[in-house]
Design a binder for this molecule. Structure first.
Ligand code: NAP
Ligand code: ZN
Length: 375
């Protein structure tokens, strides 16, 4: 299920609020940051906001710069990104600016919401997704049907919270504004409740006028959760196995171990162990009898995130793992864009019901035998 690259964008006050409780939208950013946001908008195929943001802020969500719009057109893209909103109720104001500015629009909603939205005669496509709205289904639809490869999500809090919790955000661009809201009834960026994973990876900080932009990469679903001492032991072994791979200029060196729930090692392998295109997980799983009942509760330890796509064989390792019946994977780092753009083995595994744990402290070790590929 391919998804677009999902970029969450938001501004918060120093005390962590998205807005105040007044009727007007609170301006958190300054002119320099609005211009930065305009450039990000110009770079995406679609912009999504929740119905709550349309009701509260009545935004237009345009690319304001004529030069940026002209550059989009020159590149063969529509002048404006597709505008996307999400509403369970279908209770949308047909006079909102969202519908009457910019290019194409689409509303993702429930079957019930669609009845209501259609009755309003909105100038937009209405896409019902069943009794309830499923984010993976929505993202797949945007990708496959609307051709969206890069999606910017501009809030509000409910939307950001769900995408982050479900491990569907690839990047968070957060702007911290130098002011306080000081009202506990104001909306927060991320709501209370459980969050998967531990620390996000900080990839950039930059002052933009008087606000600070922070760019984070949420790591794979399940980062840092439920890792035991045994997980560390086996992942270390997988990293050691990666050192044994015959060197290659066109493929990663990876080690993998399959371990039963009781701690019994079922198999181990490494890249190119028996042939020139073999992957580590494939080498290891190939040594376990198919249908071995221990696979259902086993863990695959792989020094690199299992692949989601590969040129060398039809079935990528994330699928091989799911097909073997394994539902837990522990890895040291996520696949970079070296050979495949936007590889998301963790997404494939998570969509197949597997838990993926990333123990980032082994990333350096796992990268060791791949230095020559990483630039
Ligand atoms: N500072 C910033 O960067 C920024 C950016 C954007 C927004 N904001 C602020 O955020 C506030 C609005 O945020 P919000 O959290 O109230 O609203 P929101 O996240 O924009 O939208 C929530 C609405 O989206 C729909 N929705 C969300 N998840 C859904 C699901 N899983 N299935 C079906 N429908 C779903 C529902 O619409 P229905 O009710 O129609 O079912 C829900 O009420 C405003 O105060 C705005 O100013 C700030
Ligand atoms: Zn692979």
């Amino acid at each position: 299920m391919p998804h677009p690259y999902v970029l969450l964008s938001a501004a918060v006050s120093l005390d962590g609020y998205l807005d105040d409780t007044g009727p007007e939208r609170l301006l958190l950013s300054g002119p320099a940051d609005f211009d930065r946001v305009d450039a990000v908008r110009a770079s995406v195929d679609a912009i999504l906001v929740g119905a709550g943001t349309i009701r509260a802020d009545n935004p237009r969500l345009l690319v304001n710069s004529p030069e940026r719009r002209a550059a989009r057109v020159a590149a063969g893209k529509p002048e404006y990104p597709l505008k996307v909103t999400v509403s369970g109720s279908g209770d949308l104001d047909p006079t909102a600016k969202f519908w009457h500015t910019g290019g194409e629009k689409i509303v993702y909603t429930t079957d019930k919401g669609a009845e209501r939205a259609r009755a309003l005669g909105l100038a937009a496509d209405i896409a019902p997704l069943g009794a309830e709205l499923d984010w993976r289904q929505l993202l797949t639809h945007l990708h496959d049907v609307r051709g969206v490869r890069r999606l910017m999500v501009e809030g509000g809090g409910q939307i950001h919270t769900q995408l982050l919790r479900q491990g569907l955000a690839d990047e968070l661009q957060l702007v911290l504004a130098p002011l306080f809201v000081g009202d506990s009834k104001a909306p927060r960026l991320f709501g209370p409740g459980p969050y998967q994973g531990g620390r996000l990876r900080l990839v950039e900080t930059r002052a933009v006028g008087d606000v600070v932009l922070m760019r984070y990469e949420p790591t794979a679903p399940g980062v840092g959760v439920a890792a035991s001492a045994a997980d560390h032991h086996w992942l270390r072994l997988a990293c050691e196995l990666a050192e044994r791979c015959p060197p290659s200029a066109t493929a990663f060196s990876v080690g993998a171990v399959v371990v039963a729930a009781d701690g019994t090692e079922l198999a181990r392998g490494y890249s190119r162990e028996t042939d020139s295109v073999e992957h580590a997980e494939e080498a290891a799983l190939g040594k376990v009898e198919p249908g071995d009942p221990r696979l259902a509760s086993a863990t695959v330890y792989s020094s690199l995130e299992p692949c989601a796509r590969r040129a060398s064989r039809p079935v990528p390792c994330a699928r091989l793992i799911l097909e073997a019946g394994v539902r837990r994977v522990v890895t040291a780092w996520r696949e970079p864009d070296t050979f495949v753009a936007g590889a998301d083995g963790s997404g494939v595994l998570a969509a197949g019901g597997a838990e993926v744990v990333v123990l980032g402290e082994y990333e350096g070790r796992a990268k060791g035998p791949n230095r020559h590929l990483l630039g």
